[in-house]
Ligand binder design. Structure first.
Ligand code: JHZ
Ligand code: SAH
Length: 413
């Protein structure tokens, strides 16, 4: 089933379409050859609300099609994400003086998450994730987990079965839940009177400035800014009072939210508020420029891949990230340019990439078939990957990245 909206999913006002990426498969829908006939497609198109500025998908598949027993993204595959989650746990302990009897709930903790570290340190916690395969991995680590979609009803049940939460946490999860009414009224219900909800997702301004249009795909039904997040909170008796910019997921906004009036707004909040006001997120211009830049990025990537292929250079994609599904399908990049993708996640291996059907192999295959060029599919993990490859692929071949513009690393095009 496809969830389509013609009005803002928050305030029901007019939305303005920004860019249509065309027919798109499920971003994490890595597929077996035998299932190709039943591959699922929807129309990937983004819009912004002319009233509250919320950047959102017009169409998306039902979350049950995306998040289930076969969910392919496992955060445990990245050391960077692990240390990022550890840092959030440390922040709760050092900045907020987290006490052993306080209760932390994480929405979308996947195969571990922030609660993995809270569990190791003996703190009272609960993770909530609907994808059964990653839920099982988290459970096997001894983490307290609930296999469900966080919603108003689930929040009420947690309040009843456990207690009100002192902290609710989410990383790359809130932007994945279309029903804002249910999720935010659930947060308001579950949060204690002086509790804090800390959530981080890719930041709209990073995406617009880095032309990282690959962050736009079915799972990211919303791409938040401080402005749109505050507009959401204000409808549910909540208030955003502090923000931090983090380098996770290619540039994210970490939002600190509480019951209205519970905390004073910080200098950081005021700084980002002024910054976004100057950018004017209700003005079409910034999105028209983005649309033009996306088209240019597509043309330049195709031009580079064509010219390397004409010179008989071999190219592979390093990682089979969800983001790459948007790039490969929007640009029309298949095996004529990219021979294979390599990814460390077992569930993605020996399958085909969504839509363009590029084969995905493990690291051993990559090592035995080192190409001349690697497209850095997980550019957000550039440091971790380049460090891992400095004595391997990087000694033989070159890296291609499209962020913030198409280039070969350390080369001028
Ligand atoms: P990576 C996913 O996006 C989906 P993706 C989701 N919607 C989201 O918001 C973010 O995550 C948080 C592999 N890898 O992080 C592992 C290697 O092969 O860019 C991953 O499959 N070798 C929830 O999929 C992929 O790369 C390595 O050495 O765009 C990275 O995916 C390393 C470090 C990773 O997220
Ligand atoms: N927090 C991790 C995982 C992000 S993947 C990280 O930052 O790496 C997004 C996760 O959100 C998936 O595990 C998915 O199953 C989960 N998710 C999707 N909808 C959800 C919902 N309604 N409630 C809780 N989790 C949800």
């Amino acid at each position: 089933m496809i969830l389509r909206t013609n009005n803002c999913r928050l305030c029901d006002q007019d939305i303005k379409s920004i860019i249509s990426f065309g027919k798109m498969p499920i971003a994490n829908g890595f597929i077996d050859k035998k299932d190709l006939d039943s591959e699922y497609f929807y129309n990937l198109e983004v819009a912004f609300c002319t009233n509250c500025s919320l950047f959102q998908l017009i169409e998306m598949p039902d979350p049950k099609i995306l998040f289930n027993q076969n969910y392919a993204y496992h955060s445990g595959q990245s050391k960077f994400m692990q240390s990022h989650f550890k840092d959030i746990a440390k922040m709760l302990i050092n900045k907020y003086n987290l006490k052993i009897n306080q209760f932390c709930v994480e929405i979308g903790n996947n195969d571990g998450g922030i609660v993995e570290y809270l569990n190791e340190l003996g703190y009272n916690h609960l993770g909530v994730d609907p994808s059964t395969n990653v839920y099982n991995i988290a459970k096997s680590k001894g983490i307290n987990v609930l296999n469900d979609y966080f919603s108003f009803d689930v929040a009420k049940k947690i309040s009843k079965d456990y207690k009100k939460a002192d902290f609710i946490l989410a990383a790359n999860a809130l932007s994945h839940i279309p029903d804002l009414q249910s999720v935010f009224s659930g947060i308001e219900n579950l949060l204690s009177d002086d509790g804090i909800f800390i959530t981080e997702d890719p930041y709209l301004i990073d995406i617009l400035k880095k032309i990282s249009y690959d962050q736009i795909y079915d799972e990211h039904v919303y791409i938040f800014s401080l402005t749109s997040m505050q507009n959401i909170c204000s409808k549910f008796g909540l208030e955003l009072f502090d923000v931090e910019h983090t380098n996770s997921a290619g540039g994210s906004l970490r939002c600190f939210i509480a019951k209205k009036g519970a905390y004073n707004k910080t200098n950081n909040y005021n700084f980002f508020f002024d910054y976004e006001n100057k950018l004017n997120l209700l003005n079409n211009k910034i999105y028209v420029d983005f649309n033009r830049s996306c088209k240019k990025s597509k043309e330049e990537l195709l031009k580079l891949l064509k010219s390397l292929t004409n010179k008989n250079k071999t190219i592979c994609g390093y990682s089979a990230s969800a983001k790459n599904t948007t790039i490969y399908n929007y640009c029309g990049i298949g095996t004529e340019y990219i021979k294979f993708l390599t990814d460390t996640t077992p569930i993605k291996q020996n399958k085909l990439s969504p839509g363009m059907h590029i084969p995905i192999y493990d690291y051993k295959y990559f090592n035995e078939n080192l190409p001349d060029y690697c497209f850095l599919g997980a550019w957000n993990l550039k440091e971790e990957i380049l460090n891992k490859e400095k004595n391997n692929f990087s000694t033989k071949g070159k890296w291609i990245s499209h962020v913030p513009h198409v280039h070969i690393l350390n080369d001028t095009l």
